[in-house]
Design a protein around this ligand. Structure first.
Ligand code: DX5
Ligand code: ZN
Length: 225
């Protein structure tokens, strides 16, 4: 099992973002998770393509852009040009999900759908064969530092079953309230990619925190649903 750790720069020091992304890359991160909020789809406003382009030269790690915006399509090419590698969006924020997925791929990025805690998995029915990843929110989107919602655990297991049945290599990423204390439980439910904002950027030693997460992941039993 390959596990990936994706620090969310939402909890980084925005005044020193270049330094912060270099620090987590150096500390052993696998991806840079980039939270885009528009004060419309979610009640907060963060960073856009200009900031993505600004951090791009500082890291060679893939940049995992999580769009919490509505509409979606207008901004996709801008993020691709800004150096994004992965672009995920919330299906209810797009008028034409299939078109948005195609647009992301046409621009050379990997594509994924994001599910809020109460968003039904029915959106996977006609899309899973086109997805490179599924992102399950374990908090309601909009803010870092919230509590993990445990009712998402069976939902993770259900998505893992659907991915296994598809026979495709689709990443299963979980976002919100993931910490060293619960990362093993999230992995045991079936996740392979872990977003962690406050748990990493709120810690004194990023490398020690990522190492601790990896050692907890190494102890997760392999058996799967
Ligand atoms: C929430 C964002 C998350 C958030 C995670 O809307 O999508 O990526 O930054 O932060 P933590 O790990 O602090 O819950
Ligand atoms: Zn996110």
């Amino acid at each position: 099992m390959t596990y990936r750790i994706a620090p969310s720069i939402l909890s980084a020091d925005f005044a020193r973002l270049g330094e912060e992304v270099r620090a987590v890359a150096q500390a052993g991160a696998d991806l840079i998770h980039f939270d885009v909020m528009d004060n419309h789809y979610v009640p907060n406003l963060t960073i856009g393509p200009l900031v993505c382009a600004a951090i791009r030269p500082h890291v060679s790690l893939p940049i995992d852009v999580h769009l919490m915006v509505k509409p979606v399509d207008r901004i996709v090419p801008d993020f691709a040009k800004a150096g994004a590698n992965i672009i995920t969006f919330h299906p209810e924020a797009s008028e034409h999900i299939d078109r948005t997925l195609a647009l992301i791929k046409e621009h050379g990025c990997r594509a994924g759908l994001v599910f809020n805690p109460a968003t039904p998995l029915a959106w996977l029915d006609h899309t899973l064969d086109k997805l490179d990843l599924v992102l399950l929110m374990s908090v309601n989107p909009g803010f870092g530092g919230q509590q993990f919602i445990p009712s998402v655990l069976p939902k993770i297991a259900e998505v893992r079953r659907r991915i296994a049945a598809s026979g495709r290599d689709v990443w299963l990423e979980v976002d919100g309230g993931v910490k060293t204390e619960n990362i093993a439980e999230v992995a045991a439910a079936g996740a392979d990619t872990f977003v962690a904002g406050s748990a990493i950027f709120g810690s004194k030693d990023y490398a020690a925190t990522i190492r601790d997460m990896r050692s907890r992941l190494a102890a997760v039993p392999r058996a799967r649903a």
